[in-house]
Design a protein around this ligand. Sequence first.
Ligand code: PAF
Length: 284
Amino acid sequence: VDLETTIAGVRRRVAAWRAAGERIAFVPTMGNLHRGHLRLMEWARERAGRVVASIFVNPLQFGPGEDFERYPRTLEADAQQLRAQGIDLLFAPAEQELYPRGREGMTRVEVPSLSELLCGASRPGHFTGVATVVAKLFNIVQPDLALLGEKDYQQLLVIRRLVADLNLPVAVEGVPTVREADGLAMSSRNAYLDSAARAVAPRLYRTLCEMAERLQGGPVGYSELERWGMERLREAGFEPEYVAILRAADLDAPAPGERPLVILAAARLGAARLIDNHIVPHKK
Ligand code: PAF
């Protein structure tokens, strides 16, 4: 994989591919690549002749006291994995390249309402930071297609809305979550779990699956089931932040019996804050 650290360098490379009529897929990441990211790269590979990945731990999307400083940075190992996957270009800019005038007075892209719910409620400004850096990255790389993980479901919807509202010429595709054998969703933040917490962590997804089974099993009130999920997580040793059953398309409140739904949860466990989700599809 070729490493580019400058915007001008990326633009030059991509312009040459575009002039040759090639289709370009883009996978934005914060690095510390795991199998979930590699699945995104594979999907990108299958869909386009050229694949660009980016690695940038974006300070704009971390709040005060969050894990910006300790977020794992493993550029060398990441570049090796991307090379093995046949990725064409890795854009790994320094902060100065993306925010040359500093972050303070930076123009921001705000996606209202969707950004304020769920993770947005406990991480104010987080999705504005995500939307801003993703808009910049899309403008720098100018891909035909961008791949994002469904693990960060709310983020995926925020980015879809950003692209629709600003008419960005990029198709956004969500890629299903890759899980460990015991169901835990792959995440760089799993590294914060000690062995006791790691043993409990799969209960998050299991609880979401149990909730989905109850929903499919017969009529049950959404709020009652959300409370049940919160309680299950507390019993398992989590400090749940939210458990929510919402309309999959836009995270609005669903009508009784409506499908598809998404069940989402965020919970603290030891030193980690974990999120996960589960789609409840149309009834067969
Ligand atoms: O999901 C991530 O890794 C980040 O939020 C993203 C989309 C790369 C923006 O910084």
